[in-house]
Ligand binder design. Sequence first.
Ligand code: KIV
Length: 414
Amino acid sequence: MKQEYVLVLGSNLGNRLENIRTATELIASAGVSILADVPPFSTSPILVHDQPIFMNAGVLVQTDLDPMQLMQLTQEIESLLGRKKRFRYGPREIDIDIVWWSKGHFASQNLTIPHPENSARFWVRKILSTLAPEKTDPVTGILYRNVSRMSIQKITDFEKKKKACEKISMLTVYDYSMARLLGRTSVDTILVGDSLGNVIQGNADTLSVTLEDMVYHGRAVRRAIPDKFITIDMPFLTYQISNEEAVRNAGLLLAKTGADAVKLEGAGRFVKTIQLLTETGIPVMGHLGLTPQSVHQLGGYRMQGKTEEARSRIITDAKEIEKAGAFALVLEMVPAELAKEVAQSLSIPVIGIGAGPDTDGQVLVFHDYLGFISDFRPSFARAYDNLAERIHVATEKYCEDVRTGRFPSKDEYH
Ligand code: KIV
């Protein structure tokens, strides 16, 4: 029975265009109909950067072959074109991946469709959004026409997104393993937030987080996510004492973690700090509204900007932060109308949290959106999963298996 597949071809050794053209011809000459294609375009290597630029292309094909038969064909073509086994993510004469199948899911020991790395690879997203725009990804349920956007990789991408009216998705993350998972998604940008004081360290506030803590977590996240723009929080007392200390600490944060930018809270005298940092070449994301490092001054974690005076203060502060050179602004827990007005008054993107739908993007804390913590979650933080429950169930299953001797089983020991 006829079925459709999307194949992604890549080459960065030898005559790249010729390799892709010959591979496509060999696919067609094996009786596989090519229904549509995305012509070759160049892409920078990910993960292993020290290798030639890739050419990538895509084809939508129709065939009677089942996934394993099609994989066998693509492997034969790869070896005909001289593909050698090298290291993972390394250079290659030709690579042909099956990334989508009209029947949805397929899983065997050597082949999984959709390809598990699809959403981490922007060229695959581009090909899927062109060749199968009206199909949905069987794992995420997302329409492929919506997946082609590039994650933010450099500071200028923030402004571009705002100009293009593309909403920015930002998430916090704090450790290597979780960051690797986010690195494989289309999330635009990452924040190593000092909220780690709450969700990782278990404190009631963020005040005891140190520069060393941020360096430790920032490094782990950068190691896992080499290609997305990472902002890291300047913790309490690392920029408040003097501008000189602020520059030194912000510089250290970037130098020691490999993050791309720092975030700091507040305006007023910190506007000057932002200006000095940006003049020093350190990109700054501002943070207004509920600024957790001032929780005691604010009298708790509560909505800000409710009075007319507070509202116009936030608008003025936001404009000053932009003028001082910040490339983006986080606006936390303010009324949606105010957030809308701030976003409309600035040319840098405003990324909201608990600030309604009309900002240029949204940010959520890792543990909140995944439902990691069962006893408390802010009302504005939507939980997209319930990992607290799932971890509980998995752990109880493990304990029961140990108690009953079902773990380990014969194929789990030698
Ligand atoms: O520290 C943090 O995670 C933050 C976000 C809540 C914006 O600042």
